[in-house]
Design a protein around this ligand. Sequence first.
Ligand code: ADP
Ligand code: ZN
Ligand code: ZN
Length: 723
Amino acid sequence: MIAVLRVALPVPLPTLFDYLPPAAGEARAGARVRVPFGRGEMVGVVVDPAAEAAVGTGRLKRVSEVLDPYPLLDDELMATLAWAADYWAGAPGEAFANALPLALREPRPLPATGREAWALTVQGRSARDAKSRKGGSAALLDALYDGPRAADDLALALPAWRAAARRLLDAGLVEKLELEETFPPASSTPGPVLSDEQATAVAAIGEGFGSFQPYLLDGVTGSGKTEVYLALIERALAEGKQTLLLVPEIGLAPQTVRRLRERLGVAVEVLHSNLAEGERARAWLRARDGTARVVIGTRSAVFTPLPHAGLIVVDEEHDPSYKQQEGFRYHARDLVLVRARALGVPVVLGSATPSLETLGNVQAGRYRRLVLRARPGASQPTRVQIVDMRAQRLDHGLSPTLVHAVAACVERGEQALVFRNRRGYAPVLLCHDCGWHADCPRCERPMTLHAGRRRLVCHHCDNTTAVPPACPACGSANLSPQGQGTERLEEALTERFPDIPVVRIDRETTRRRDAFGDMLDGLREDKPAILVGTQMLAKGHDLPNLTLVAIVGVDEGLHSVDFRAGERLAQLVVQVAGRAGRASKPGSVLLQTHHPDHAMLHALLRGGYPAVAESLLEERRLLDLPPYAHQVLLRADALGRTEVDAFLAEAHVAIGDPGDLRIAGPMPAPMPLRAGRHRGQLLVEAASRARLHAFLRPWRQALAGLPAARKVRWSLDVDPIDL
Ligand code: ADP
Ligand code: ZN
Ligand code: ZN
């Protein structure tokens, strides 16, 4: 029996690939290799360096080159990735590709990490294997066995390493890697004295250092969760341990990073999708070699190597951006739990509006809940009031009550936020004479009017057309915008308040990289202003002079068919409301609605998010919905409806006897047509995860072999967050 190398390649196939060992060099598990694939070459990761060949080895090709003499991905990450690929029904190669920054997926040498680092030479490796050295030298050879390490990392692990390094360098057993300029460490500034609640939380989590335990840090906006994270990170730093801090897409403002750097006084590595690829790879490698002590990043940073892990924090754990919605559909918050267990470290999930999944885990006793009720900065609690729009005369969708409240606010010299979660001028352009409205032909949904750009834009597929001068159906010039987007509200408020700056913040106005931060910086001053914006404003910035939040148009969310809509809406309302009254000035919140008697709004008013969450969770339990049931959603799309239907019918048959599984569909997707493609789905539910996965593994294999599968695009979504 001949041993082969089993390699993960970045292709969407549910398999690993076997190769003959390279002509030169040894490839270890977790190292990258260059291999022939099809007519070209690919970079893959060795999963098993000594697997038994599954087919005759005569047809196997040989690894072209070993790119890393040591594992780039350590055992923990390798195991986690294999688990994740199985759990989220992803192709193993795609899971590995998600874990490696793009620059490391190319057959090039690793970029320099910008700090002093040390590595074994070939002779050093033999010396280590022969155990020819003793004491500090032997310890250093051991420490470098798994790959180069940064000098400051070695300093923490081996106090006398430098003397040993000098001896071994003279003997040619180790080498010093290329140096680059390091940036000087900032000096750390002390934070505020922690409140009793904060101190209790820090102490409780601190006790758990060194072992796996999930905590929910349940604290209203402005209650000082970030201060708790900072205190815990300081503690991890003092122990020489690494912290990974995940934040949602919109939470990663330069201000946040600055706050962390100033407070901690150490290099804080930032990993997010806007980073230049080289930078991203360097930050990843600095985490890999142990230099990076604090890593902050968005979803994909969950794959950061943490050889000295001490703590993992997920801020705003309820945020949907933690779920990847294409390709490998993993959930970073859930993956964090798996990693923390393997690494033996505590996890802190922080939120003012915890997800029902997390609350379910608290209920089941799996997570410990720590509560922050007080807002250290705020003197008085925020008042929330519902504005009944039904009998009121509206001006561009704004009720007189709302306009008066904004006027009073700016007259006091304070700032008001008018929140509307729709960009553009108006969601519909309607012909008053014949009832025609502008639909996207590729989605069969209304196109949004963008007045500034003089365009109609489909928010589902980005299809863009000119605004017609007259109705294409009847020729009438009587075309009128229906409903309000942020652009229209900005116009209406500018007209009504000509002397007050009106600042619109949405994807349109913040296209430029730092625009968002710059706009908010301008609002930090103690001057009156009106902000109009989408959910981009729901999180991330302290605006001390903001005292009024007016929420316009929540009604769409009250009537959605998605069972998660209530949870989402409650979270959004509470997060936006949390923007008001962060400093010493009291805040108030107005919620404008046509449904003042809606049960959810009432619960929100009376008991806040905890009350809403409790009743929603109870509803989920009664209806056997997640987190009390486990789902996998099969999606398919194609240019023709027939192909979609045929595939889903075959997929349905392939389930065989469903037993205790619950099946919904095949059925059209909530948007049956999108960007010109017909879409359908099939939902399978099980009472337990184990049951779901026992079903899923063979089904997934069967789906790939279905004749109709070749005529559609299909994907599986485990624990889908939108149906
Ligand atoms: P969260 O992350 O929960 O929204 P932050 O940690 O950002 O809250 O704190 C909100 C504000 O209150 C910040 O300006 C912060 O500096 C301040 N703050 C937090 N904890 C304290 C404290 N113990 N004493 C004084 N101010 C505090
Ligand atoms: Zn018409
Ligand atoms: Zn469209």
